[in-house]
Write a protein that binds this ligand. Structure first.
Ligand code: DON
Length: 307
């Protein structure tokens, strides 16, 4: 039986369903074949209950939504000092695939842009960890957060690797400046495997609810991360999760969020819930068009805006 919450979520999806504006990402060839009309939503409350509507069980690659969770893992593994030495916390005001390094330190401005995420991936586990260990760490951490075993979509991963010139260029620059020391191709392989973990909006809502819940998993009750790590992660999402539309997002929707180029979009409402929407067509910033509209509607209806 559907609950009134699920009826409401279905109605919100219906209100944006006819919007076919935007375009699916095609710089990763495999993503261009995605069924563009898919539309799903899930919301996870602090007691672990999940409310969902639409294509809530369709899986897609996590892409940039991996970035806040990998950042949280790096903060856990290496501590805030070490992480801050390599990656900043300022919005870049630029697209996700720009280099966006700070002038003097040459650190990437934040962990939500590709340069920052490639760097963050290299911080995982320990200074001398191997590439496989780091990929295993994020995959296991994401699975712990989702409360089920997540797998890597090898087709999307191979497809992205076949057209990774831009990320390779970023990794070469990062190594040139001494921000990473691993061979650039290996750095990009690790980062792209991280982006290729396959999830549904149900998974993402539960993952995100752990952030909203100050690091305590809403379903297992485990403390997955310290409250300070969850807070720092959400703070960086608020500042930079929506790239060069972060300010627009925060004025209209007003909650920490992160988008992914496969069409996923998450929002964490501190102390209340994690929300995830999936709709593959993107706006020019790389954010889901209908996902953004759904969040704007939820924010208005439920008074979610933090200000
Ligand atoms: O590195 C990339 O370009 C992709 N793996 C992730 C980019 C992404 O999801 C941007 N988000 N909207």
């Amino acid at each position: 039986m559907k609950s009134p919450v699920e009826d409401y979520l279905a109605e919100v999806l219906a209100s944006v369903r006819e919007d076919r504006s935007g375009a699916v990402a095609d710089y990763i060839p495999e993503l261009a074949t995605a069924p563009a009309d898919r539309l799903g939503i899930a919301l996870c409350t602090p007691d672990g209950r999940v409310y969902a509507a639409g294509d809530a069980d369709t899986t897609f690659t996590i892409q940039s939504i991996s970035k806040p969770f990998a950042y949280a893992a790096a903060l856990i593994d290496r501590g805030p000092e070490v992480v801050r030495r390599s990656v900043g916390v300022e919005p870049s005001g630029e697209a996700f695939n720009e280099l966006s390094l700070e002038k003097e330190s040459r650190r990437p401005k934040n962990p939500m842009i590709n340069a920052g995420a490639i760097t963050t991936h290299q911080l995982l586990v320990s200074a001398d960890a191997g590439g496989d260990e780091r990929v295993h760490r994020v995959q296991a951490f994401f699975s712990q957060l989702a409360n089920r075993e997540l797998v890597i979509d090898e087709d999307v991963c191979a497809s992205e690797l076949s057209s990774a010139d831009r990320n390779l260029a970023l990794a070469h620059m990062l190594r040139n400046y001494g921000i990473i020391d691993v061979e650039p191709h290996r750095a990009v392989v690790g980062y792209i495997r991280q982006c290729s973990v396959s999830v549904s909006v149900r998974d993402l809502a539960v993952m995100c609810a752990t952030l909203a819940n100050a690091g305590r998993h809403p379903q297992t009750g485990e403390t997955v991360m310290d409250a300070a790590v969850a807070r720092q992660t959400m703070a960086v999402m608020a500042a930079a999760g929506m790239y060069d539309s972060a300010g627009e997002w925060f004025t209209t929707v007003g909650i920490p969020a992160k988008s992914g180029v496969a069409g996923g979009l998450i929002g964490a409402l501190p102390g209340q819930c994690g929300i995830a929407v999936f709709s593959p067509r993107l706006d020019p910033h790389g954010n889901s068009v209908r996902g953004t509209r759904v969040f704007a509607r939820l924010s208005d209806d439920m008074g979610m805006h933090l200000m």
